[in-house]
Design a protein around this ligand. Sequence first.
Ligand code: ATP
Length: 411
Amino acid sequence: MNAVIITVGSELTDGRVLDTNTAFLARRLDRLGVRIILALSVPDDHRQIGEAIRFAMEKTPGLIVVAGGLGPTEDDLTSPAVAAALGLEMEPSSQAARFVRSAVRAGGELKPHEAKQAMMPDGSTVIRPAGTAPGFIVRAGASVVVALPGVPWELRAMWKDAVTAARIAELIKAARSPARGRLNFYGVGEAEVGAAARQLLGETGPGLDLSICSRRGEIMLEVTAESKHEDLVQELTTTLKQNFSDSVYSEGKEIEEVVAAQLTAAGATLAVGESCTGGMLGEAITRVPGASAFFLGGITAYSNNVKRSPLKVRQETLENVGAVSEPVAQQLALGARSLTGADYGAGITGVAGPSGGTPEKPVGLVFICVSSERGDVVKRFDFPGGRAQVRESAATAALHVLHRKIIADSL
Ligand code: ATP
C-alpha cells in the first residue's frame, strides 16, 4: 500500500522548525509495510493545503497522512482545507465537542475557538486528542485521509489510535511487512560496503532493494524485499556480516545501545572525561534507558584547570605536548576511572574549531583513549567538517573505540 505524508505549518516551510513529524510517520509506516511515495510540507495556507491533498489523491490510492494545523487559532486551517478539497461540508461533531470539552475541562458551552476544533469534515471518524486538538479520518475518493495535530508529542500519542481505527487498520492489513535486513558499519568506506553489497545483490538476483546512508563515519545498510524473499535477505546480510566482521557493529541498533548492552553483560561500569565534546559522550550514553546500571558519570574538563584537577592530567604533559595530545587523552581516561572507580574510562581531547587550529594540530584533530584494567587504547582521528560535525564525530568515535575495547578485553 502507498502513502503520502503532508506536514502543515509555515514554520516548517520557512525553516524555523525542523520537520521531525515526517521522519516519525515515515518510520512508523515503513515498519507496517506501507510505502511512502511522497512527503511534502505546505504553509498554513488554505489553498496550498487543498492542492497538496488533491495532488496526493492523484498519486494514490492509499493513505494520506496530514500532520499539523488542527489547533484553535486562525492559522490552523487543515480541517476546512481538507473538507473543501474533498467537496465536503464542515459539520459540528458531537463526539469531537465531547473530546474538546473534556480536554479543556469545561462544562457547558465551548468558547468559539474550542467550537472550531469540534467542527469536522462531514463523514469523519474522530480521533481522541492527546492535547486539545482531535484528529479525524475521512474517505477521499479511493484513498483515506488521516489528519493529526502537528505538536510532535500529540502526534506520537495519537498515532496508535489512528492506525488501529477500523478504516486505517483495514488498509494496513492489506500491506504486508517486507522482509528486511539491516547492518551498521564503522571504520569502512560507504563505497566499499556499497560495492560489496551490489556484487552480492547481482549474484542473489532481482527483487532486493538496497539503501545505504552514512552519518558521522557510520554506515547504515538496509536491504528490503517482498516477504517471500526473506531467505535471500537473510543470506545477503549474513555474507556481508562475515565479509566485514571487523566493521559491522549491529543489525540496526545504535552504537550507544550496543555499548550499553556490552557493559551490562560484562557487569562493567564506565566514566568519561571529555574536553572538546563538552559532555556529548555522556549524553549519548545516558540516552539509553537503564544507563544508571553502568554509567557512573562524566567530567567536562574544558579548561586545563579542570583537566589537572580533578582528572589529574599532569601540568608537565600540558606544557610539553599541549592539551590536544595522545597523553592528555590517556590521562583524561585514567583520571575518570580513578576518580570514580569505574572499570572503563574514556577520554576525549581535540580541536573542534573554527579557531584554534595550527598546522601541527589542525581543526578536526581528536585523540580518544579508552582505559581499563587490561590496558589503554589511544586513537588519533582527523575529522572533516565544521565544529558541530567534528564534535559529533568525536563522540560517536569514542563509542566505537569503547565498543572494540570491550570486545578485545573479553577475548
Ligand atoms: P495545536 O493546536 O495543538 O497547536 P496543531 O495541529 O495546530 O496543534 P501546529 O500549530 O501545526 O499544530 O503546530 C504546533 C507546534 O508543533 C508548533 O510549535 C510547531 O512548530 C510544531 N510542529 C508542527 N509540525 C511539526 C513538524 N512537522 N515537525 C516538528 N514540529 C512541528
